[in-house]
Design a binder for this molecule. Structure first.
Ligand SMILES: Nc1ccn([C@@H]2O[C@H](COP(=O)(O)OP(=O)(O)OP(=O)(O)O)[C@@H](O)[C@H]2O)c(=O)n1
Ligand SMILES: C[C@](O)(CO)[C@H](O)COP(=O)(O)O
Length: 223
């Protein structure tokens, strides 16, 4: 069964506020995105990688690949205005309706090989596999009246990527018009009335979003 990964890096990284989108910033001397692609190619034999980046960045990416002698084979496709559109563009590059596809944020370079592998195994059986982690802190819900209420944290999970699916099902799910409630691929999938399957993610699989995350990423890499 073919295994694909759509690595989405079509964003502009506004919250990072760096001179270039965060996916190209170096950690340990190499762009974040290259660490992420390397994780997938090392975790899964014969994986087919589809990289989604902004259309204007094709030249930059080619230059970075030359500069870092990055030779992992991958197909590059232009992103869209939203993450939903970028994922959809990536999925459109998959030539068949067979197989499995992991959708992963390019800015999550610390995903563990075991998480990637288990996501394909579970999605093969259940149709989907969504990486999540439990909360360590207490949690409260803010109300419109300005008050807050206690929530039982055992009922909550933080959602990460990879989010892995049977290709036929996720392609069908992405045929719908985009809704503001689609915060990730799991929400698009369950909009079809299908139940998502959760798997254990890894705590270090952070989404590099703000400058402090870059410092933490350097620390994780040195560890
Ligand atoms: N139009 C978009 C927007 C986001 N993404 C990707 O989705 C992932 C998660 O998004 P986020 O962390 O929000 O990235 P940005 O949109 O770049 O960041 P910001 O919201 O700070 O601008 C990132 O890998 C990002 O590149 C994408 O492929 N296409
Ligand atoms: C897909 C995601 O990383 C799961 O946690 C998250 O929903 C992306 O959110 P963002 O607002 O696009 O950063």
């Amino acid at each position: 069964m073919n295994k694909y990964a759509v690595i989405v890096a079509g964003g502009s990284g506004t919250r990072m506020g760096a001179p270039m989108p965060k996916q190209y910033l170096p950690i340990g001397g190499m762009p974040v995105l290259m660490h992420t692609l390397r994780k997938f190619v090392r975790a899964v034999f014969n994986i087919k990688l589809i990289l989604v980046i902004p259309a204007n960045d094709f030249e930059l990416w080619t230059e970075l690949c030359e500069q870092h002698q990055f030779q992992i084979p991958h197909q590059v496709v232009a992103g869209g205005k939203s993450r939903f559109q970028s994922v959809k563009n990536g999925l459109n590059m998959i030539p068949d309706h067979e197989g499995l596809v992991a959708i992963h944020d390019g800015v999550r370079p610390f995903v563990e090989a075991e998480v990637i592998q288990s996501s394909y195994e579970v999605a093969a059986k259940s149709g989907s596999a969504i990486a999540v982690v439990a909360l360590k802190d207490s949690i409260r819900k803010l109300q419109d009246d300005g008050k807050s209420v206690f929530q039982e944290r055992q009922y909550f999970r933080l959602v990460q990527t990879p989010q892995t699916f049977q290709v036929s099902k996720i392609k069908k799910a992405f045929e719908v018009p985009e809704l503001h409630t689609f915060t990730d691929d799991a929400t698009v999938y369950e909009h079809q009335g299908w139940q998502v399957e959760l798997i254990a993610g890894n705590l270090e699989n952070i989404k590099i979003t703000t400058p402090e995350d870059l410092e933490y990423a350097e620390f994780l890499l040195r560890k």
